[in-house]
Design a protein around this ligand. Structure first.
Ligand SMILES: *Cc1c(COP(=O)(O)O)cnc(C)c1O
Length: 361
């Protein structure tokens, strides 16, 4: 099976092997060694000297943790949305009584940095900005290198959903002064689902000290105490097997090197975009901001999206995703993040070429 959905993504054999290891005491020396090794590895990939916490949950749990650990009911945030996951961040914030100023952009386009600047200038009460780095529902990557200096220049907390970009697309957390950055094991990390990883800057910790949204399981004070004071522990029973897997995957990633990983994702994404266009199809994303981890392709009236997903799955053993929300039926999405090679991209494009004539609108 060519698993080309935006998570879970395929895992290398070394990672799968690690998953089958016997259980250990999560309060013992061996787990301590694994968690400490993972934490150091994550700091390298996040490009931060700050704290990175691991939570037994999925990406959405990581987003919720980011909100409840840094904000209070009644706090005002600017939520920048360019798709389904940007909107999900809004929903989470609202559930916890945060006042959301919603700044959305046409799906398929990236957020306009100037509009973010204007919205922040217009309302000095805004405390934080919520933004998606890579919008998985539209295949668009926001230009954080341009947006982060605007947000930090105005001294707002910068809270980033990098679930489908971290470890694949360059996101230098400290250089960009991102305060909270969330990712998840099953996206670009070549690891099964089960872990969210969240970085916290010093400013984020200061906000945490005053943040009064109720929390228990996700409390970062507890997470940090167990990680640092007790040394290499998590407050609650962790998803031990996924920690084994992440430790091995991080070893592979750091051996490869971040520059190689980012370049590979850029190159394979380019190959995918060119291949799709060669088949006479159009990209959904504004090409200046097209994602290096997921490619969204417009159905236009050239193919039936649901049919194409089905034909690829049933007859060519290729799993891709359709559109989410209002994009259902409008696009297909092909993921190319984590453990992916030139051969995979070629195989998907070949299958796509054969399946297209059998999936007409
Ligand atoms: C997948 C994804 C999520 C949600 O992650 P889950 O692990 O499914 O909870 C959030 N944001 C983005 C950008 C994603 O791609």
């Amino acid at each position: 099976m060519q698993l080309r959905i935006p998570g879970p993504t395929p895992c290398p054999p070394e990672v799968l092997q690690a998953m089958s290891k016997q259980m250990i005491n999560h309060r013992g020396k061996e787990f301590e060694g694994i968690l400490n090794s993972i934490t150091t590895g994550l700091q390298q990939v996040f490009q931060t000297k700050g704290d990175v916490l691991t939570l037994t949950t999925s990406g959405t749990g990581g987003l919720e943790a980011a909100i409840v650990n840094t904000l209070s009911p009644g706090d005002k945030v600017l939520a920048v949305s360019i798709g389904v996951f940007g909107d999900r961040f809004v929903d989470i914030a609202k559930q916890f009584g945060v006042t959301v100023k919603y700044l959305s952009f046409e799906w398929g386009k990236a957020a306009d940095p100037q509009a973010i600047h204007n919205a922040l200038e217009a309302d000095p009460q805004i405390k934080a900005v919520l933004i998606t780095h890579n919008e998985t529902s539209t295949g668009v990557t926001n230009n954080l290198k341009e947006i982060a200096p605007i947000v930090k220049g105005l001294e707002k907390l910068l809270i980033v959903d990098a679930v489908s970009s971290l470890g694949c697309i360059d996101l230098p957390v400290d250089d960009l002064r991102c305060d909270v950055v969330v990712t998840a094991s099953q996206k670009g990390w070549m690891v099964p689902p089960g872990l969210a990883m969240v970085s916290m800057s010093d400013e984020a910790w200061k906000a945490h000290a005053h943040a009064s949204i109720p929390r228990y399981y996700m409390d970062f004070t507890k997470a940090k105490d167990f990680l640092v004071k007790r040394g290499g522990q998590t407050p609650w029973t962790p998803v031990v097997s996924v920690y084994y897997a992440l430790d091995v995957a991080l070893g592979l990633m750091l051996h490869d090197g971040l520059a190689n990983i980012f370049n590979r994702h850029a190159r394979l994404a380019q190959m995918m975009r060119e291949g799709v266009k060669t088949l006479g199809l159009s990209l959904f994303a504004d090409e200046n901001y097209a994602s290096n981890t997921v490619t969204a392709v417009k159905a236009d009236k050239k193919f039936n999206a649901a049919k194409l997903v089905q034909v690829l799955r049933d007859e060519y053993d290729v799993a891709i995703a359709g559109g989410q929300g209002k994009l259902k039926g409008e696009i297909i999405r092909i993921a190319h993040l984590g453990w992916v090679t030139d051969k995979d991209i070629e195989a998907v494009l070949q299958a796509l070429a054969k399946a297209l004539p059998r999936s007409l609108a």
